[in-house]
Design a protein around this ligand. Structure first.
Ligand code: HEC
Length: 192
């Protein structure tokens, strides 16, 4: 950036340019002094937003199976999968409670359970990605909730115990259990 002569800045165009560069400097300066904890909070919140958007994409396809598209469904599942497990847990391992964050102290008190829920999220998302791969065409009935698969599921806090069960359950059931994982984690580890 070059220094502007006083004559130049007196002209309106020069003033605009000077203001623009002043703003640019201010923005860059703020980014540079932004703390690492602000960065991690922004990043994890952004991840959560993307996780929620992907879950919504899948929810809409289950609601209107005619709109099902295998590639989009799979992409949504993978978007959740990559943001779950270790990446999710790591986002809260160094910085938990922080200004502008709804993360609760309980995370630091029980990191194993937090990490286990983050892993469950990935397990369900991966199962949904596999279901999309094996259903390249339509959302056939076998993807839908079967009779006997409880909608509500177990009590709050129930974790996936047997992963082999997952291969037998319908995609829709896995999806509902995935949403329960969100709810369980938020209930324990996120402030109102
Ligand atoms: C392992 C725990 C855990 C799981 C699983 C989890 N979340 Fe979260 N989520 C959190 C925590 C903690 C926060 C608060 C983050 C913060 O403010 O720093 C959060 C925040 C959010 C937010 C608010 C983001 C923002 O704008 O600040 C949304 C939306 C969200 N989660 C959706 C979901 C959805 C949908 C799922 C499941 C598909 C899910 N979450 C699974 C722990 C979890």
């Amino acid at each position: 950036m070059t220094e502007r002569s006083p004559r130049e800045t007196r002209r309106p165009a020069g003033l605009v340019a000077a203001l623009t560069s002043a703003i640019a400097v201010a923005v860059i300066g703020t980014a540079a002094i932004g703390t690492a904890s602000e960065d991690v909070v922004a990043e994890r919140q952004n991840d959560m937003k993307l996780i929620a958007a992907s879950a919504k994409t899948m929810a809409e396809m289950f609601k209107s199976p005619g709109t099902y598209a295998s590639a989009a469904f799979r992409q949504a599942a993978q978007s959740i999968s990559t943001r779950a497990d270790r990446r999710l847990a790591d986002h809260f391992s160094k910085v938990t409670v922080s200004e502008g964050s709804k993360a609760a102290e309980t995370i630091a008190g029980d990191p194993e359970r937090f990490a286990a829920l983050a892993k469950d999220l990935k397990t369900y998302a991966d199962a949904l990605a596999v279901a999309a791969e094996s259903h390249p065409g339509e959302m056939t009935d076998d993807m839908r909730m079967k009779q006997g698969e409880a909608m509500g599921g177990g009590p709050l806090g129930t974790r996936l115990r047997d992963e082999t069960q997952l291969s037998k359950m319908s995609a829709e059931h896995a999806f509902h259990l995935m949403l329960q994982t969100c709810t369980t984690c938020h209930a324990r580890f996120r402030k109102e």
